[in-house]
Design a protein. Structure first.
Length: 106
């Protein structure tokens, strides 16, 4: 397996660079979960980091790589279902019914 040194931004891992295993496409995973053990012996706290581009794209439109940004809400990335590009978007608590736009005319 190949790995890539990836920077972490925000949270407890701010400023660290860790080797992250790359997937079959050559990219690191979209989310990185770090379990932190509880000092009292309870269940561990899981910190969530999201993959973001390292910087703006260059002249050819290619981005310079990836880094991980801390997600303080700790959302684990949806309901765990595989989402295909042609699938309907997931409905959240603030979404309108059936994905219709809000009716502003009344």
């Amino acid at each position: 397996m190949k790995s890539q040194d990836t920077a972490f931004e925000g949270g407890p891992l701010d400023g660290r660079v860790l080797p992250i295993l790359l997937g079959p496409t050559g990219h690191p995973p979209k989310t990185y979960q770090v379990p932190v053990p509880d000092a009292a012996g309870g269940p561990p706290t899981v910190l969530i980091y999201r993959r973001v581009p390292k910087g703006p794209p260059g002249k050819l439109g290619l981005h310079p790589g990836w880094k991980y940004a801390y997600d303080p809400e700790g959302d684990k990335g949806g309901d765990g279902k595989l989402r295909w590009p042609w699938s309907k978007p997931a409905t959240g608590p603030g979404a309108t019914p059936q994905g219709k736009p809000d009716d502003t005319d009344g």
